[in-house]
Design a protein around this ligand. Sequence first.
Ligand SMILES: Cc1cc2nc3c(=O)[nH]c(=O)nc-3n(C[C@H](O)[C@H](O)[C@H](O)COP(=O)(O)OP(=O)(O)OC[C@H]3O[C@@H](n4cnc5c(N)ncnc54)[C@H](O)[C@@H]3O)c2cc1C
Length: 416
Amino acid sequence: MTQSPTHDVLVIGAGIIGISTALALQAQGRRVTVWDRTGVAEETSSGNAGAFAFTEIEPLATPGVMKKAPKWLLDPLGPLSVPPAYALKIAPWMLRFWRASWRDRYDAVVKAQLDLMRHCEAAFERQLQTDGDAALINREGQLSVYDGARAFKSAAPIWQRRKELGIPCEVFDSAGAIAEIQPGLSARFTHAGYTPGWFNTRDPKTWAQSLAARFVEKGGVIETKTVSNLRNRDVYVDITHDTGVDSAVQVVLAAGAWSHRLAATLGDQIPLETERGYNTTFATRNLDIRTHITFASHGFVLSKNHDGYRVGGAVELGGLELPPNYKRAEILLKKAAKFMPGLETSGGTQWMGYRPSLPDSLPVIGASPQAPRVIYAFGHGHLGLTQSAGTGELVASLAQGTAPAINLAPYSPTRF
Ligand SMILES: Cc1cc2nc3c(=O)[nH]c(=O)nc-3n(C[C@H](O)[C@H](O)[C@H](O)COP(=O)(O)OP(=O)(O)OC[C@H]3O[C@@H](n4cnc5c(N)ncnc54)[C@H](O)[C@@H]3O)c2cc1C
């Protein structure tokens, strides 16, 4: 047991959420230390599709989604699946997911996601101005393509709502119009929606590492430590790790898909699961890829990465322990070769990442009910990169006791 705090603010997790939060706390004049069991952006923040997808306000749990559940179970390599070995374990989460898909909750989640996205977009521009490397950002928008009128029809309400909400977007209903944004796509894609307001980083790992370098340059400390337990004391928090016990005035828990395990040591039960995603990255590219392409009916994307490209996506509700099933990455590649004829698909590097996901697709941003000196910042699912700068600012407000930019009730850890 320690007698007085050894740290001012300790951030657990050096993924994009932890690093962005560390920078935002540092900007408030706090002395910040980041601990990670591996290094900067070695987990989910390393291999994602690199999109700042500020227009993505729809949760995974849409009304009627559970009607498709039996189909997922029957197609182990489909865009959304539950491995049989994990089916029972995921059941309580699925129940909450089902409840989140009811119209009343769905509408509330869309509103909360919109508020968060508006804040996050502005926060991203602030972060870019103060700490970001503009050379790592491409502002080339995103094209969602649909195979035929029927596929587009089911997505049409999403595009209609985006227009109503004032989100800049355009829809196309001919292969010719699509080719003006992105040539070379298969003629099967006759409909599309285009959002010019998406940005991409040239590489998510390099982006996180450049922010981390900036944090260190400004006096921040990053160390390798594995945290195993948090304990609430009245005026500080004890943190048990692989080489002893330290303490901090405040702790930010940003350990991605592993965060619930540490929250549980405080007595908080948060229904965090992981949506595992797969991709393949190529170091060079043989086709002219002009924008981030989403194959909307197939659940995967094609994005640029450095001088190459990345094909990935899929959702596998398979927990943290089952081995990866890289057949999923192979299937996405086969589809990509069909959808973008001529795309070179040999010689890439496969990857699996653990999206940290709550049943309603909203993150947890708020103080632990058991230990108010511990602030939770995890569960960003498909959107952690997009929401990183904004989350950092919100956590910094909570830590400082100032009013956050948006109402944080929808992201509360007590909402479940
Ligand atoms: C295929 C795929 C594509 C994606 N594409 C996008 C995209 O285009 N845009 C977007 O916005 N998002 C995307 N995402 C989601 C995004 O990658 C995640 O939401 C984001 O990376 C989560 O960041 P994080 O910092 O919370 O978690 P992580 O990056 O996983 O970081 C958590 C850190 O905590 C550390 N840690 C865990 N436990 C401990 C412990 N006990 N002690 C010390 N350290 C610990 C880990 O080592 C890790 O470094 C994608 C995800 C996948 C899988």
